[in-house]
Design a binder for this molecule. Structure first.
Ligand SMILES: [Zn+2]
Length: 154
């Protein structure tokens, strides 16, 4: 598994190892949950999102770490040639965005999309502040004119 490393996933309650290609988590091998003791106790998963196309991520079970590793490596050898550096970067970008988002929330801040806003788009095309009475006087009639005559809102 050249260029692949593994790291214990400490967030998982069961024993699970993340498999990294450089800095990108491309799969895992770990104990299955709630399975009968006569079936394979390990599962492997190969693929990453974003960065893989639908159906490209594969998985399976095995009764030993060695077999799970062999199956993962075979899946990885099929997947890797189909992935470009941009696919790898898509995963990194998503990871960075998620880390920034949680850092923001930890500081008690919100994303711009989570900020309350009194700005509205009027049917006339103007963007106005609904908390400013003078702007409501202008655009209120435009909004009411768009509502059906029976008084029911759409
Ligand atoms: Zn208007």
């Amino acid at each position: 598994m050249s260029e692949l490393t593994r790291r214990r996933d400490m967030d998982s309650a069961r024993e699970k190892w993340s498999i990294l290609y450089r800095d990108v988590c491309v799969g895992s091998i770990g104990l299955r949950s709630s399975v009968h003791n006569r079936v394979d106790q390990l599962e492997w998963k190969c693929g990453f999102y974003p960065g893989c196309d639908p159906g490209q991520q594969t998985s399976g079970s095995a009764d030993s770490f060695g077999l799970a590793r062999t199956a993962f490596e075979a899946a990885w050898q099929r997947l890797l040639p189909t992935r470009a550096e941009a696919d790898i970067q898509a995963w990194r970008d998503q990871q960075n965005w998620t880390e920034r988002k949680f850092a923001l929330w930890t500081r008690g801040e919100r994303l711009a999309s989570q900020q309350p806003s009194s700005l509205m788009r009027c049917p006339c095309g103007a963007c106005f502040d609904s908390h400013v009475p003078a702007e409501n006087l202008i655009h209120g009639p435009h909004i009411y004119a768009e509502q059906p005559r029976d008084g029911m809102r759409l």
